[in-house]
Design a protein around this ligand. Structure first.
Ligand SMILES: Cc1cc2nc3c(=O)[nH]c(=O)nc-3n(C[C@H](O)[C@H](O)[C@H](O)COP(=O)(O)O)c2cc1C
Length: 96
């Protein structure tokens, strides 16, 4: 399955770089939270250190992470404003 292959590729990529994984979500009814929590659990099962938080959380984001993952719902055919604002941050855009 393509998604499993993509996950394996992401795992290998991060393992090579030995850095933490940053996961950010925004959720209204809990779907996006549940999806990203599932990803978090899988990464942790594979011994990665995961930093998991909501976009509404003001805690620092580690821009030097090995992998950044976001899970947001579609609102009005696009991203919720708070998510767009977060992703437009130049520091986020410069994550390699
Ligand atoms: C204000 C609002 C606008 C939405 N707009 C769309 C939309 O344009 N297209 C769509 O497919 N779903 C839309 N949805 C549905 C959500 O994307 C969907 O229910 C999603 O799973 C909610 O995720 P959450 O539980 O993480 O909030 C909208 C939901 C809300 C509350």
């Amino acid at each position: 399955m393509a998604s499993v292959e993509a996950f394996d590729k992401a795992i290998t990529n991060v393992k090579c770089r030995m850095k933490t994984i940053e996961l950010k979500y925004f959720t209204g009814t809990g779907n996006s939270l549940q999806i990203l929590k599932t990803c978090k659990d899988e990464f942790e099962k594979n011994d990665f250190i995961v930093d998991f938080s909501s976009v509404t959380d003001t805690k620092d984001f580690n821009y030097d992470c090995g992998l950044a993952g976001f899970c947001f719902p579609v609102h009005a055919f696009g991203l919720p404003r708070i998510c767009r604002k977060f992703l437009n941050n130049p520091d986020v855009q410069n994550i390699t």
